[in-house]
Design a protein around this ligand. Structure first.
Ligand SMILES: [Zn+2]
Ligand SMILES: [Zn+2]
Length: 99
Protein backbone atom coordinates (compact mmCIF):
# COMPACT_ATOMS: atom_id res chain seq x y z
CA UNK A 1 0.00 0.00 0.00
CA UNK A 2 2.96 2.37 0.41
CA UNK A 3 3.89 4.68 -2.40
CA UNK A 4 7.39 4.48 -3.91
CA UNK A 5 9.81 6.53 -1.88
CA UNK A 6 7.58 6.56 1.15
CA UNK A 7 9.45 6.18 4.40
CA UNK A 8 6.43 5.89 6.62
CA UNK A 9 7.13 9.29 8.11
CA UNK A 10 4.32 11.77 8.14
CA UNK A 11 4.07 15.32 9.25
CA UNK A 12 1.09 15.87 11.42
CA UNK A 13 -0.17 17.84 14.33
CA UNK A 14 -0.81 16.71 17.85
CA UNK A 15 -4.56 16.15 18.22
CA UNK A 16 -4.45 17.67 21.70
CA UNK A 17 -2.18 20.71 21.56
CA UNK A 18 -1.81 21.18 17.78
CA UNK A 19 1.97 21.27 17.97
CA UNK A 20 3.78 20.14 14.80
CA UNK A 21 4.98 16.60 15.26
CA UNK A 22 6.54 13.85 13.20
CA UNK A 23 5.30 10.30 13.66
CA UNK A 24 7.61 7.59 12.49
CA UNK A 25 8.14 3.91 12.97
CA UNK A 26 11.69 3.39 14.19
CA UNK A 27 13.55 0.12 14.36
CA UNK A 28 13.26 -3.03 12.34
CA UNK A 29 13.17 -5.67 15.06
CA UNK A 30 11.31 -3.99 17.88
CA UNK A 31 9.39 -1.40 15.94
CA UNK A 32 8.54 1.64 17.95
CA UNK A 33 6.33 4.48 16.92
CA UNK A 34 7.96 7.72 17.88
CA UNK A 35 6.06 10.96 18.11
CA UNK A 36 8.73 13.62 17.88
CA UNK A 37 8.33 17.27 18.61
CA UNK A 38 9.73 19.23 15.68
CA UNK A 39 11.23 22.00 17.80
CA UNK A 40 15.01 21.58 17.76
CA UNK A 41 16.64 21.39 21.17
CA UNK A 42 19.77 23.22 22.22
CA UNK A 43 22.56 21.12 23.77
CA UNK A 44 21.50 22.39 27.21
CA UNK A 45 17.86 21.45 26.60
CA UNK A 46 18.91 18.02 25.43
CA UNK A 47 20.50 17.40 28.80
CA UNK A 48 17.53 18.86 30.66
CA UNK A 49 14.89 16.73 28.97
CA UNK A 50 16.85 13.51 29.04
CA UNK A 51 15.12 10.81 31.07
CA UNK A 52 15.44 7.02 31.02
CA UNK A 53 12.34 6.70 28.85
CA UNK A 54 12.70 9.83 26.83
CA UNK A 55 15.14 9.59 23.99
CA UNK A 56 16.79 12.25 21.91
CA UNK A 57 16.40 11.83 18.18
CA UNK A 58 18.48 13.20 15.35
CA UNK A 59 16.25 14.62 12.63
CA UNK A 60 18.13 13.91 9.43
CA UNK A 61 17.06 15.20 6.11
CA UNK A 62 18.47 15.75 2.69
CA UNK A 63 17.51 17.57 -0.46
CA UNK A 64 15.90 14.50 -1.94
CA UNK A 65 15.11 12.39 1.08
CA UNK A 66 12.31 12.60 3.57
CA UNK A 67 13.03 13.53 7.14
CA UNK A 68 14.04 10.58 9.21
CA UNK A 69 14.54 10.12 12.92
CA UNK A 70 17.78 8.49 13.98
CA UNK A 71 18.53 7.50 17.54
CA UNK A 72 21.41 9.43 19.08
CA UNK A 73 23.52 6.73 20.65
CA UNK A 74 26.81 6.97 22.49
CA UNK A 75 28.84 7.34 19.32
CA UNK A 76 26.66 10.09 17.91
CA UNK A 77 28.91 12.91 16.63
CA UNK A 78 29.05 15.91 18.92
CA UNK A 79 29.20 18.30 15.98
CA UNK A 80 26.15 16.81 14.30
CA UNK A 81 24.69 19.28 11.78
CA UNK A 82 21.13 18.05 12.12
CA UNK A 83 18.57 19.29 14.62
CA UNK A 84 17.99 17.14 17.65
CA UNK A 85 14.48 16.67 18.92
CA UNK A 86 12.75 14.64 21.59
CA UNK A 87 9.47 12.88 22.09
CA UNK A 88 6.50 15.14 22.03
CA UNK A 89 4.66 15.78 25.24
CA UNK A 90 1.74 18.10 25.43
CA UNK A 91 2.42 21.20 27.49
CA UNK A 92 0.35 21.56 30.65
CA UNK A 93 -3.06 23.04 30.03
CA UNK A 94 -3.17 26.82 30.01
CA UNK A 95 -4.16 28.02 33.44
CA UNK A 96 -7.45 29.84 33.28
CA UNK A 97 -7.14 33.37 34.50
CA UNK A 98 -10.01 34.45 36.66
CA UNK A 99 -9.22 38.13 36.85
ZN1 LIG B 1 22.50 14.26 15.31
ZN1 LIG C 1 0.54 17.57 22.17
Amino acid sequence: MSRPGSTGAADSRCPRCRAPILRQLVGRVAALTVTADLTPLSPVQQVEVREPNRLIWCLRSGDHTARRLTWTGRDHPEQCPYPHVTEHRCPPAEPTTLF
